[in-house]
Design a binder for this molecule. Structure first.
Ligand SMILES: Nc1ncnc2c1ncn2[C@@H]1O[C@H](COP(=O)(O)OP(=O)(O)O)[C@@H](O)[C@H]1O
Ligand SMILES: [Mg+2]
Length: 408
């Protein structure tokens, strides 16, 4: 990979990406608004020449016709320096600084296990499909797992459930380590900073994040990094609220859960999570309207516009369950703010930012505002906005944090 290629990536070169439903869509490269600030603080980071660091495979499927070859599979390379890594239920997103842009790699957080066969192994290698073998089984990682699962008439398996290492999956720890190995190269210099996301405690009960956090920390340490865990909601604040002195509410609505953080001058005042997300919407709508889950998900990701009246039964179901999710989130916020004595008195409203894959649907802001009219926000909010790149905001915030740490 050379400098020219990297520049073309940041000049609005559109890339075809795979949606979670398996279909594809064209998107732009991600840009880093705060590149200037970071450069002032740590010039060595953004002046690095670009090198291949073995990060793979990005969601990039193929280049736009007018751009240089895309970085797929083994050839995917990122720049040196601190890393932000968002470990979600649906996907793992890695962000690294690449001169004036953030380079991101998104890998589906899924696997499929099948009996070992020399022939299959050889073919997987030839096709740059990530896998490992253990105890006479082949573990296929990332989005190709979906195709293998379909061929076997089975479903993909998930190493992370509701934001934490899946206790129902005995192979979860091995798989998450292998996925991390595929997307994060060993540290260039011992002790390089890496920030990763963790969920906040659920509003309706407490689960321990200690095991999850410790497994990931130990693995990242073994790769030469100094790891730091950050709540997902706070990462959204770091990513989206720089112009508001990191004061506001950051919300991430992913596949498995929602994470919320109220931050005042970059200090997390309160954080919580709820165990509902895009998967809950898909599942409930599929049951309610009698359509296959995959069809509902694809419709949601490609056709849905929540700002207009529903035009068919699937849309009706999606409106109902998006509203249900937003209502649970707002009730959670009312409950947590109402029972906290830590919320500072604010003279004016603060911004609220929605991020995560589930708010990539058109019209989410409008529907969320409607839900707020029914369930008033417990603190004055000046504006409700959607993150610029909802699927990448958490990783971008984590990268910013890692860069700040590195610069100290
Ligand atoms: N364009 C889209 N419109 C609506 N939902 C989407 C879109 N793209 C992805 N999603 C949904 O976002 C969720 C995954 O979001 P993500 O932030 O990657 O989750 P996680 O934090 O669980 O890893 C899935 O439920 C997926 O269906
Ligand atoms: Mg997430």
């Amino acid at each position: 990979m050379n400098g020219n290629t990297a520049e073309q990536l940041t000049k609005g070169g559109r890339r075809r990406v795979r949606l979670d439903s398996g279909t594809t869509r064209d998107i732009d490269a991600i840009s880093l608004e705060t590149g200037r600030d970071i450069k002032n603080k740590s010039p060595h980071i953004s002046d690095e020449t670009i090198e291949s660091l073995g990060l793979k495979p990005p969601i990039v499927q193929e280049p736009a016709p007018d751009t240089a070859p895309a970085h797929t599979g083994q050839q995917a390379g990122l720049v040196k320096g601190p890393v932000g890594i968002d470990i979600g239920t649906t996907s793992v997103v890695v962000a690294q600084n690449n001169c004036k842009s953030v380079r991101t790699v998104r890998q589906m957080n899924a696997f499929f296990a099948m009996p070992v066969s020399k022939m299959v192994k050889k073919t997987l290698k030839k096709n740059s499909i990530d896998f490992f073998d253990k105890n006479k089984k082949l573990y296929i990682l990332g989005s190709p797992a979906e195709e293998f699962a379909t061929m076997h008439g089975a479903s993909i398996r998930r190493p992370v459930e509701s934001g934490l290492i899946n206790p129902q999956e005995e192979d979860a720890v091995d798989v998450i380590k292998a996925i991390l190995d595929n997307v994060v190269r060993p540290a260039e210099q011992q002790g390089e900073k890496i920030c990763f996301s963790v969920p906040a405690d659920p509003v309706d009960g407490s689960v321990s994040t200690v095991f999850h956090e410790s497994v990931i920390k130990m693995h990242l340490r073994s790769k030469g990094y100094t790891p730091l865990s950050i709540h997902e909601g706070l990462s959204v604040v770091f990513s989206e609220l720089a112009d508001n002195n990191y004061t506001g509410i950051g919300i991430s609505i992913g596949g498995g859960m929602c994470n919320v953080c109220l931050s005042y001058l970059a200090v997390p005042v309160l954080s919580f999570s709820i165990q509902k997300g895009g998967d809950y919407i898909d599942c409930m709508v599929s049951q309610a309207v009698g359509e296959p889950l995959a069809k509902v998900r694809e419709y949601k990701e490609t056709e849905l516009d929540l700002s207009v009246e529903p035009r068919n039964t699937i849309e009706t179901g999606l409106h109902i369950y998006y509203t249900d999710l937003f209502t649970s989130l707002l009730k959670g916020l009312q409950q947590v703010v109402g029972s906290s004595d830590k919320v500072p008195r604010m003279s004016k409203g603060i911004p609220l930012v929605l991020s995560g894959g589930s708010v990539a649907a058109e019209g989410c802001r409008e529907l969320f505002e409607k839900a707020c009219a029914e369930n008033p926000l417990p603190i004055p909010v000046s504006e409700i906005r959607i993150a610029e790149k909802p699927l990448f905001a958490t990783a971008k915030g984590l990268l910013k944090m890692a860069m700040e740490e590195e610069a100290e």
